[in-house]
Design a protein around this ligand. Structure first.
Ligand code: 4LM
Length: 401
């Protein structure tokens, strides 16, 4: 299978297994549910794992295989498994690695549905979960117990953009024989490769930067072949969160421009973060690409840039923050991130509404936080839209006074 030393080339050619029967440039979409056996013996030997070849698209499909091979190459792992959503990947990995009586150490801040799965569903299966600040080495060490089997985190974390040190997490885990899972959605392999730092399994909501065009919901796990094969043949096969061949094809297409898009997302995010932090109505900007951010010290060490997502709070009242968001004309009020369009949302009432107000406050996710994912538009247009909307919020403040 073909590969290069350069990520830019691998996003386009990586993982391709020859040119196919008719030599198509674009990967064919194997839009089939099942595969025909020459005879009963061939079918039986494929089921027994004695012969190669496909069986049924919930178990594997050539278009999906190409996406998986490319993602494994991009993340620098032996294998990958694709899923019908990021949450499909999250549930398959935790249910594949943990059983009743095991303990999971995870972050006190996580994407809202991951938090809901860990806080509500896993305990119902008899799995113990500790939520700690993964940026705090002492807190991580203190959380480890004899039955700890997995450390799971995101970095940068959704929605506050705090950053955890991957070498530190991998070091603690290895010393205790614990498997590490890192959600790399906010960085993509262009900016961060957790496996290089000793992380076992790298997870993506492929819905975001990997696809990049706001038209697919999907997930990916990248990791060692034995663990990925185990997950493919247990939780993915039997719980069934499989990706469709057409969605796999759309992500293969999206990946061809991943490096260019991520570069532009980062440039735009840095410019917008810089603009916001100098605006009189803005109280605080969370963006790891800004020198004042605690995660900035890991730039160069584990992340190449600050990424394409930032969060901020206004000095104004919550009503004014709502006025600001409603006044935006080009930026879209929508959850998700990593798309060509700039997306803005309110975590406490949207992506993180799975947290109670008390849980939000314990996790340090302010009710007034706004998350912005700058798109690929000209940055001057993004800033102009934000500026006019901040103007509307400021006007409301003046009228109220
Ligand atoms: C959002 N996020 O934040 P699917 N991991 C991370 C995520 O941000 C998400 C998922 C997993 C958002 C969705 C509405 C770090 C999702 C879950 O949505 O299942 O592909 O990914 O806006």
């Amino acid at each position: 299978m073909w590969h290069s030393e350069h990520l830019e080339t691998n996003t386009i050619h990586g993982g391709k297994d020859g040119q196919g029967q008719h030599g198509p440039l674009s990967t064919p979409i194997y839009q089939t549910s099942t595969f025909v056996f020459d005879d009963v013996q061939q079918g039986a030997s494929r089921f027994a794992g004695e012969a190669g070849g496909h069986i049924y698209s919930r178990l594997g499909n050539p278009t999906v295989d190409e996406l998986e091979a490319r993602m494994a190459l991009l993340e620098g792992t032996e294998a990958a498994a694709a899923f019908g959503s990021g949450m499909g990947a999250v549930s398959a990995v935790v249910l594949g690695l943990l059983k009743q009586g095991d303990h999971l150490v995870t972050s006190h801040r996580l994407y809202g549905c991951t938090f809901a799965l860990f806080n509500h569903q896993l305990p119902a299966f008899g799995i113990e979960v500790s939520f700690v600040d993964l940026a705090d080495e002492a807190a991580v060490r203190a959380a480890i117990k004899p039955n700890t089997k997995v450390i799971y985190g995101e970095t940068p974390i959704n929605p506050c953009l705090s950053v955890a040190d991957l070498d530190m997490l991998a070091g603690i885990a290895k010393a205790h024989g614990i498997t590490t899972v890192i959600d790399n959605t906010f960085m993509s392999p262009v900016l961060q490769k957790p496996a290089k730092h000793g992380i076992d399994i790298v997870l993506h909501s492929a819905t975001k930067f990997l696809n990049g065009h706001g038209d697919v919901v999907a997930g990916i796990l990248c990791g060692p072949k034995d663990l990925i094969d185990q997950i493919k043949m247990t939780t993915r096969k039997d719980m069934g969160a499989i990706i469709s061949p057409h969605d796999a094809w759309l992500i293969i297409r999206g990946l061809k421009t991943l490096h260019l898009r991520v570069e532009r997302h980062c440039e735009n995010a840095l410019r917008v973060a810089d603009y916001l932090q100098s605006h009189p109505l803005v109280k605080k900007v969370d963006y790891p690409g800004l020198p004042g951010h605690p995660g900035y010290k890991l730039l160069g060490k584990q992340m190449k840039a600050g990424g394409g997502v930032l969060a901020f709070e206004l000095k104004a009242s919550f009503d004014q923050a709502v006025t600001f968001m409603n006044a935006l004309k080009m930026c879209k009020r929508a959850v998700s991130l990593g798309d060509a369009e700039t997306l803005i949302q309110h975590p406490a009432s949207m992506t993180h509404s799975t947290y109670t107000p008390e849980e939000l406050s314990e996790a340090g996710i302010p009710q007034t936080l706004i998350r912005l994912a700058p798109g690929l538009e000209h940055v001057d247009d993004i800033i102009a839209d934000i500026e006019q909307a901040l103007g509307a919020a400021a006007k409301q403040a003046t009228q109220a006074a």
